[in-house]
Ligand binder design. Sequence first.
Ligand code: ME8
Length: 524
Amino acid sequence: MKQTRYVTTPIYYVNDKPHVGHAYTSVAADVLARWWRLQGHEVFFLTGTDEHGQKVEKAARDAGMDPQAFTDRVSQHFRDLTGTLGLSNDDFIRTTEARHKAACSALWDELARRDEIYLGHYEGWYAVRDEAFYGPDELTERDGVKYAPSGAPVEWVREPSYFFRLSKWLPELLRRFDLPEGHPERIDVQPEARRNEVRAFVQQGLKDFADKPEKLDISISRTSFTWGVKVPGDEAHVMYVWLDALTNYITAAGYPDTSAERWKFWPASAHFVGKDIVRFHTIYWPAFLMAAGIAPAKRVFAHGWWTIEGQKMSKSLGNVIDPVALVAEYGLDPLRYFLLREVPFGSDGDFSRKALANRLNGELADALGNLANRTLSLIQRNCEGKLPAEAQVTEAEKDLFQYLDLLNIEVSTNIEAQSFHLALEHVFRAVRTANSYITAQAPWALKKTDPPRMEAVLRHLHSVLRRVATMLQPFMPGTMAALLDQLGVPADARDLAALATPLPGGTALPPPSPLFRKIEIEAT
Ligand code: ME8
């Protein structure tokens, strides 16, 4: 039976249009979803939009629009972006949908039934921009305004509120963070530095409030505004937007109908998030789920933060990068490749046009594009466009094939660990080795001196290209489909398992055409 895999992106706030940071998380999640499909798993890949809360309500008001009309409009930008980025998501969830409100209400009822919720009074500091509460010692003050550590201004809030007994679940969370790899109850927070950070945060909280742990409980409803999911049985309250938002991951899997076909995907295999929202996903979310008797997601991977040409991306600096414009300028696959190649996944990185152009020109056009073009043009010209028969591996290509045999494992291990940059590095090492091989063997010169050897060399190069193109499909789906077409690989022989079956010699190959267009790099 096929194994199931469930991968998610955060659901993005619809207070503004998408930017390259959103594109980054979505592309990374898409690569993993595609890789798992290539391995033959049954995959469910979810993305969507987070449409409730004060932040969105305020954005709608600023735009002079009714919140529903406003969210309909902005959510559509995110939906359109899934097409622009070539995402293979199986669903797109909006938190204003009826199915989602039903799931939130059901989860709330379940938590209430289990006595995990109580009514109290909230008094404290709230940052609308982060939709988060902060303790007084976390704040800094400038010009009479108090700010959260994220830089968001906070306001004093005092209102009746329902609380969730978070304190009760914190020791269990710590236990699960520390379970060994492969343990079914482990909550795998990645990268490790983030796990340590979250663990330390929980430990500190438990220590600071050892004699009054209920202080660690969290407020999960608001009465001062209405744009949210109403609390069942107490409609003066709307649910805290993070409880609402996080629930999206089970809504899309069919909750509360746990006999739904899609429920087989839960618990999620991997939630992809930025480091800004790691605590919500590794503390609140698993605690809500455990409290409701539902298994928490297996893994949360928090990636790093992009700056733009060395600066923080912000509206006021006017340097917010629109992914649609980037795709128009550089092409989709070069952008997808760049985002995952440039920076180790998990670390912060800087986006620069020059770096993008360098990767595109050096690695895609020169290394991979040329290897494909040289090989396929020679087959076209010197072999009447027919794939030469399989050939014996000799001393000359021993190194190349030794490396290639390991490639599957290297790439798979690294993608499984979300080390996308390392997976790409391994693939490109194979490309570079193949480029040295073609130069050393000079098949163009063998046509006159040793035609059988020329055919053997071209066949070996074809094998390298097929393997590389197959493995790069999750990163660059469109371009690799074009390359596999040029390599004569049938559509049903493009998954990893198919690599074990060589293409028959004599397969007719179409005339090759360039895969990548180089970009002029302005002198700086
Ligand atoms: O937080 N670099 O939505 P959001 C890298 N609705 N990634 C970035 C980035 C940057 N400069 N800027 C944004 C929310 N991101 C909530 C999530 S989930 C149940 C609710 C990415 O629109 C990154 O993934 O503010 C970050 O976590 C996410 O966008 C925040 O998106």
